[in-house]
Design a protein around this ligand. Sequence first.
Ligand code: 5GP
Length: 198
Amino acid sequence: MWSDPVTEAVQGGGKMLLVSGPSGTGKSTICKRLGEDPRVVFSVSATTREPRAGEVNGRDYQFVSKVGFSEMIQAGEFIEHADVFGNMYGTLRAPMRDAIAKGLVFLVEIDVQGALQLKTLDTPGIYVFIKPPSLEVLKARLSGRGTESSEVLERRLQKAEDEMREAGKYDHVIVNNVLEDAVEELRLISGLAQEPTS
Ligand code: 5GP
């Protein structure tokens, strides 16, 4: 059940900025750019997936075991959690509350299932969907990574097509054609394009 420290905190000026969209749309790159602004705090999710080369525990994710993740669910630590391609991911409640209470923008970059869970719970925030210019471009981007087999690629594309149909449930849709333009659009939407008043 959603009880409401976040709504109270929103009145203090901070907000959740949720960025979502299919895998391969470039949402992480856009978010990294936005995160260069000191008024932005990244949500560090917990996950059961193995760390990739170069990833740092506590910075990129909180890497936990399956048992640890279940315990966190039981303890009510997540505001949402989802199984994404066989691994569990969850957004932590406490850092969100703290960042918003400080008047900061809490940037949550999650998959479409997680985003829709938050929407259903009426979690206050700005919901942004990142779209690729076309499915052909998405296919080219996903195959360009070279890390997935053709079967996995097909599965991701199918999922992307399904997810694209959910775009209308978001407050804003950004087409990631030119990276700089997409970042600027997100800055405008989030209110970060304005300089702080004090
Ligand atoms: P990756 O394993 O490539 O870092 O992330 C895989 C997918 O999981 C991405 O679409 C990413 O946005 C999503 N994701 C990351 N953290 C969370 C989370 O806390 N909740 C949900 N629902 N999805 C997440």
